[in-house]
Design a protein around this ligand. Structure first.
Ligand SMILES: [Zn+2]
Length: 187
């Protein structure tokens, strides 16, 4: 989902659904051998974007795109409510910003860092952008398309398959979402 799982009514999933369908613990999501600590700084920037999304009333998911040298060339946060745009997921916003800054749609060698496992749309966008790597925080068991429900980014039928690094700062990323839904339920 970037964004958590929509409920049957099309709204965002509720807090109970979040608990049932995500996990914050390391689960070996197919990324053993990668040094996830190398992406923690970028994930913290993505978390900053996520908090801004939450403060604006959107589900708190944030993303950044890094170039080959690790420099941030695009940032994004979920703005689906703010812009009334169903494609306003953090990853899409960040990928568009990165491509605009480069003046090119092809982001080969770049890395997408996002606080929640991408949905099918965003995983598809990562492939279309020819991203070299997708790094995510919390796992989304109900809608994730980078190893959970689907594995769009590593589908062997596709020519381009970004590398995946899962569960970087997963606890923090997941806690932000849990807090958001808890607050919304109470409020
Ligand atoms: Zn998405």
């Amino acid at each position: 989902m970037a964004e958590i799982t929509p409920g049957p009514d099309g709204g965002a999933g509720d807090e109970a659904a979040w608990h049932e369908t995500t996990r914050h613990k390391a689960t070996g999501h197919g990324t053993t051998g990668h040094d996830t600590t190398g992406y923690e700084a970028a994930m913290r920037r993505a978390l900053g974007e996520a908090r801004l999304a939450g403060a604006a009333g959107d589900i708190p998911v944030g993303a950044v795109v890094l170039d080959e040298s690790g420099e941030t060339i695009g940032t994004g946060r979920n703005d689906r409510e703010l812009t009334a745009d169903p494609t306003g997921h953090a990853e899409i916003v960040a990928i568009r910003a990165a491509a605009a800054s480069r003046g090119a749609w092809r982001l080969s060698g770049c890395t997408l860092v996002v606080t929640l496992e991408p949905c099918t749309m965003c995983a598809g966008a990562a492939v279309q952008a020819r991203l070299g790597r997708v790094v995510y925080g919390a796992v989304d068991l109900k809608a994730g398309a980078a190893g959970s429900l689907w594995d769009v980014v590593r589908d062997r039928r596709l020519n381009h398959r970004p590398e995946v690094v899962a569960e970087v700062l997963a606890d923090e990323c997941g806690a932000l979402l849990t807090e958001f839904f808890t607050r919304r339920r109470v409020g």
